[in-house]
Design a binder for this molecule. Structure first.
Ligand code: BES
Ligand code: MN
Ligand code: ZN
Length: 505
């Protein structure tokens, strides 16, 4: 159930594969390599390029049938034009590979030979380029097929890629490819958890999955059940989960290297289903609310890669998990609750539940660990999704250096973020008359993404902190060709892995 990718220092035509793939820049010349490809597999290549007006624009592809023995297709992939500093765009390349995989799966190709452009053209190392190519290929191949009984709808996921690279790059390239395959598999694992329906993945199930990952990679893991959560005074997690017969969970996974190494905190929202509670969502908005544990899925999946590659930083991952349902036991609008750090909030809307469970998680992790950085990921607000759409996660922070570090890691890794405002002006919007905080922002302030972030800020103290609102990016982003419609994207996994692996560089 996975792709394989191996680099060779031989020419494209010497590699095994049912297809020959080459990448070209926009307005490419008919060079020797392309002429060779044409001579061997498809004499009319140049005519076809002209006929189809294929110029190598970013995202464009050209597929030619070949009659040569065993080779059924020649595929050209457009990379677009270099930017102002003469670098090709890595994201354009990732998207092109996404398109390539759609073609490969549609044509039912099992082995693919491809020649990669040089990493230099993108201004990155061969290792990092290899990592990008293989991780995105793995992501593009994934399909949520667990519940499909009609074989004809199930796509091939075992695909072998043989890659032709320049000799001096071989070792670095293969190292990057292997790393990328691991990252891609982790992204797909996060996606699978998100895609599993709420009747198949409860807070208990997700906590079990987390525990299994920790065990496999020898990471310390603690799981608090409902009684423990109650006795610790995590009033947010208790309130959100009390309407459901499914118990809440609070999961901690730790990667520890040394006392002197920096320590990062990763926190993920784990609402396995968000009905809104008594402040019930309308049906249209409830349809996809199994996605509301995407933050938890991302941090757990990131720990899987971190457990594998053991970067030289300590990492503490925390994920509060609950199901938000209405019932006779459910929390009510007007309830006042007390969080782990002693602060209180009036719950005016039980559908603003993410900030309640995160408040306990952020309080807990900052109380117990001296963190150099804290990043939380949450499908937190529709407002952020409305503001940014599916292409950027909202990045909220008052810490300039960390905001840049996280934003840059996301940019490099393919999880794009966009900075949103977070200033003192918004603070009064979440103050309640009868408690420290109110869980919804004042109407006059609007800015729902920011007022949610401001609420969270009360629970991080002085810790350098970034909040990523992934409500718009976690699910159903078919505009990016390495995703599939109506399913999870696994957003955040690549960003967190990149941040951890490059923290001290
Ligand atoms: N889980 C939702 C946010 C969400 C919306 C995630 C769309 C993914 C896609 C969150 O718990 C929520 O319901 N937020 C409310 C907050 C409001 C009541 C202040 C919202 O955004 O409407
Ligand atoms: Mn909600
Ligand atoms: Zn929610």
């Amino acid at each position: 159930m996975a792709i394989a990718m191996k680099a060779f220092e031989v020419a494209l035509h010497e590699l095994d594969g049912n297809a020959r793939v080459m990448f070209v820049e926009q307005d490419f010349p008919m060079n020797d390599a392309l002429k060779g490809l044409a001579d061997t597999y498809f004499p009319h290549l140049e005519a076809l390029i002209k006929d189809q007006e294929f110029t190598g624009k970013a995202g464009s592809t050209l597929v030619a049938n070949s009659s040569t023995d065993g080779i059924t297709f020649v595929i050209l992939i457009g990379l677009g034009k270099p930017n102002s500093v003469n670098h090709l765009d890595v994201e354009a390349c990732r998207r092109s590979i996404g398109k390539l995989l759609k073609i490969v799966q549609c044509k039912k190709l099992k082995t693919v030979a491809m020649q990669l452009p040089s990493a230099q053209a993108f201004g990155i190392t061969p290792e990092f380029f290899g990592q990008q190519v293989s991780s995105i290929a793995a992501m593009a191949t994934y399909q949520f097929d667990t519940y499909l009984t009609d074989e004809s709808r199930i796509l091939e996921q075992d695909i072998q890629f043989n890659v032709s690279v320049k000799e001096d790059n071989l070792a670095a390239m293969q190292e990057g490819i292997d790393k990328g395959l691991s990252v891609g598999r982790a992204v797909n694992r996060a996606r699978q958890w998100v895609n599993l329906p709420p009747n198949a993945l409860t807070p208990r199930d997700l906590a079990d999955e987390a525990q299994e990952i920790a065990k496999k990679y020898n990471l310390e893991c603690e799981v608090f059940d409902r009684d423990k959560v109650k006795s610790l005074g995590m009033g947010g997690l208790v309130a959100v989960s009390q309407g459901s017969k499914e118990e809440c969970r609070f999961v901690i996974i730790k990667h520890t290297v040394s006392d002197s190494a920096p320590t990062l905190g990763f926190v993920g929202k784990g609402i396995t289903f968000d009905s809104g509670g008594l402040s019930l969502k309308p049906p249209m908005h409830m349809e996809t609310m199994k996605e509301d544990m995407s933050g938890a899925a991302a941090v757990i999946a990131a720990m899987k890669v971190i457990g594998e590659f053991k970067p030289n930083v300590n990492i503490v991952m925390v994920a509060p998990m609950a199901e938000n349902l209405p019932s006779g036991e459910a929390g009510k609008p007007g309830d006042i609750i007390r969080f782990y750090n002693g602060k209180t909030a009036e719950v005016k809307n039980t559908d603003a539940e993410g900030r309640l469970v995160l408040a306990d998680a952020l309080s807990y992790v900052t109380a117990h660990y001296k963190l150099d950085a804290l990043v939380d990921l949450a499908t937190l607000t529709g407002a952020c999704a409305y503001a940014l759409g599916p292409f950027f996660s909202g990045l909220f922070s008052e810490h300039e250096e960390l905001a840049k570090k996280v934003g840059d890691a996301g940019e490099r890794a393919g999880d794009a973020t966009w900075r949103m405002p977070l200033t003192n002006d918004y603070k009064s919007a979440v103050v309640a008359d009868v408690a420290d905080l109110c869980n919804i922002g004042k109407k006059s302030v609007q800015a729902g993404g920011t007022t949610a972030a401001i609420f969270l800020q009360s629970f991080v103290g002085e810790t350098p902190w970034v909040h990523l609102d992934i409500a718009g990016t976690a699910f159903n982003v078919p505009q990016l060709p390495y995703n599939r419609p109506e399913t999870a994207t696994g957003v955040g996994v690549r960003l967190l892995v990149e941040l951890a692996m490059t923290w001290e560089k």
